[in-house]
Design a protein around this ligand. Structure first.
Ligand code: ZN
Length: 249
């Protein structure tokens, strides 16, 4: 019998490159027989086959068009078009911000991937998923935080962003907040583009989420330190995202 809760599976959690055997950002969200993929970084196509057949994939949402979040989309198109299928997979809609335009124009592929531009005010109804967005603060590249709601629970994924109010509002009362935690200490940038682990904890606290899962991890960071730093600023339980691990929401 199908599980009644939404299930989120971590395929990849590293940035800006993976360590040996790792993968960059990518997550499967499943509910009532439908599968939505959030981001498709390098290594995700290999990892997803441990969890689904390619023909089960319905939609992809790309938070933004940086390579560590999209590069396996260019491999996914081969998997969808050239795999040994009895019945060919249906076309998969790929929702993404339209900028940079040159990157966006590369997402569409023959009959298998259909690129659809999204903006922050869109509300998508994708099978059992109601999806809304907030504008992240990520330098010149538009980046969207994503809120996925079902009849059972709410998942919010920050994409890449500095700590900012629109993402805080989007995350309000989420059952699970999947937050980037790129830095251990704040960098001396004029324009902040990512969060520290402590800021991910602050986001969880301000938004009053039930659980915080840290992701978008630099391979050389000490993960226990990241979790401790995040836990220091929220009462919500904090865990490190694990590749292959599934979370019920
Ligand atoms: Zn990015």
């Amino acid at each position: 019998m199908a599980c009644a809760k939404m299930k989120m599976t971590v395929l990849g959690r590293y940035s800006p490159y993976p360590p040996p055997g790792g993968a960059c950002s990518g997550y499967l969200v499943q509910h009532r027989g439908c599968t939505l993929m959030l981001d498709c970084g390098n290594g995700c196509v290999a990892a997803m086959q441990d969890h689904i057949d390619f023909s089960e994939l319905n939609w992809v949402i790309l938070s933004h068009l940086h390579p560590d979040h999209i590069s396996d989309l260019f491999i996914l198109r081969y998997a969808l078009s050239l795999g040994p299928y009895e019945t060919h997979p249906a076309e998969v809609a790929v929702f993404a911000p339209g900028q940079p335009a040159e990157e966006f124009s590369r997402l569409q592929y023959e009959q298998v991937l259909v690129a659809e531009e999204i903006s922050v005010s869109d509300c998508l109804s994708l099978g059992p998923f109601a999806v809304t967005f907030a504008a992240g603060q990520h330098g010149k590249t538009p980046s969207l935080a994503v809120r996925v709601e079902t009849d059972r629970g709410t998942l919010v994924y920050t994409g890449d962003t500095a700590l900012c109010q629109p993402v805080e509002r989007l995350a309000r009362d989420a059952d699970l907040l999947l937050s980037e935690a790129t830095h251990l200490t704040a960098p001396h940038e004029q324009q902040r583009r990512h969060m520290t682990a402590a800021e991910a904890g602050m986001l969880a606290e301000r938004a009053q989420v039930s659980r915080l899962l840290l992701t978008h991890i630099w391979p050389h960071h000490n993960e226990e330190q990241l979790v401790r730093a995040a836990q220091g600023s929220t009462e919500a339980p904090v865990r490190m995202a694990r590749e292959g691990q599934q979370y019920l929401i």
